[in-house]
Design a protein around this ligand. Structure first.
Ligand code: R5P
Length: 288
């Protein structure tokens, strides 16, 4: 078994390697003057079971391309099996056509990874479960829920209501609520006017005097989660926590999240968060 890291989240890869008691394999990564990427594996991997860790996070196109090049390099070096470990699967939100003449990028990315030569994929908290079916190779879909729940249990929260910030996240929030001692569920009726602009309208469910735990797969610009928190406060929630696996944190996420709306924002390290983007209410859990 050999483990290699792309450049997207070296710290997470190092933690995984430590956990497994292994070293990350040697690999050269270079960028040519015109921006093209170059990868070379620096040891023989002939006949090996190779795992490549690379979330497709910002800068998403570079990180995706680097993953494809790594997979291709391993295939051409006669690895027996190449598993693409993708803690954050970018381009996942376009998982169906919602208007004419659009692309389904989640499927396109699956095609690219498969075509590059991956034999298996290991992904965490895909935006939608059906993305597994976009691959004709095995997909292990793992969840951050155990890590989030373990942390939440240390907080000894009472009167919890789990809240889905939109209708699309109800199944995820329901599963979370079930695991959180069968907590009640509330749903935010969100209408989105344009990409990356969230508009929250209504809460379905009782949140008054409760500890609201918002659950989402990702926080991108934080429009969804901060509008949801504002509405929950308005509806009388006593405390508001947010849990999300992927801290995409595109601007102005940090400004929106550090306004005091939340007791705590709990995310994982599938995507690296620079020191400059950290603030007191942010808790980062490891999924290594
Ligand atoms: C939407 O379907 C997703 O689950 C997230 O709620 C959304 O992508 C978050 O985006 P933003 O933080 O920009 O509102």
């Amino acid at each position: 078994l050999r483990l290699f890291s792309g450049s997207a989240n070296i710290q997470l890869s190092q933690e995984v390697a430590r956990y497994l008691g292994m070293d990350l394999g040697p690999m050269i990564r270079k960028r040519f003057a015109d921006g093209e990427l170059y990868v070379q594996i620096q040891e023989s991997i002939r006949g090996c079971d190779v795992y490549l860790i690379q979330p497709c996070c910002h800068p998403v196109n570079d990180n995706l391309m680097e993953l494809l090049i790594m997979v291709d390099a391993c295939r051409r070096a006669s690895a027996r099996q190449v598993t693409a470990v993708i803690p954050y699967y970018g381009y996942a939100r376009a998982d169906r056509k919602t208007a004419g003449r659009e692309s389904i990028t989640a499927k396109l990315v699956a095609n690219l990874i498969t075509e590059a030569g991956a034999s298996r994929v290991l992904a965490m908290d895909l935006h939608s479960a059906q993305i597994q079916g976009y691959f004709d190779i095995p997909v292990d879909h793992v969840y951050s829920v155990p890590v989030l729940l373990e942390y939440l249990s240390t907080k000894q929260l009472s009167d919890i209501v789990v809240v889905s910030p939109d209708v699309g996240g109800v199944a995820r929030a329901r599963a979370f609520a079930k695991k959180l001692g069968d907590s009640p569920l509330a749903i935010i009726d969100k209408r989105r006017q344009a990409h990356n602009v969230a508009e929250v309208l209504n809460v379905v469910g009782d949140v008054k005097n409760k500890t609201a735990v918002l659950v989402d797969d990702m926080i991108d610009t934080a429009g969804t989660i901060s509008e949801a928190a504002r509405l929950l406060r308005k509806e009388g929630a006593r405390q508001v926590y947010a849990c999300a696996t992927h801290a995409v944190f595109s601007p102005p996420a940090i400004e929106r999240l550090s306004t005091g709306l939340f007791e705590e924002i709990i995310v994982t390290n599938t995507i690296p968060i620079p020191e400059s983007d950290r603030f007191p209410q942010l808790k980062i859990l490891s999924v290594a």
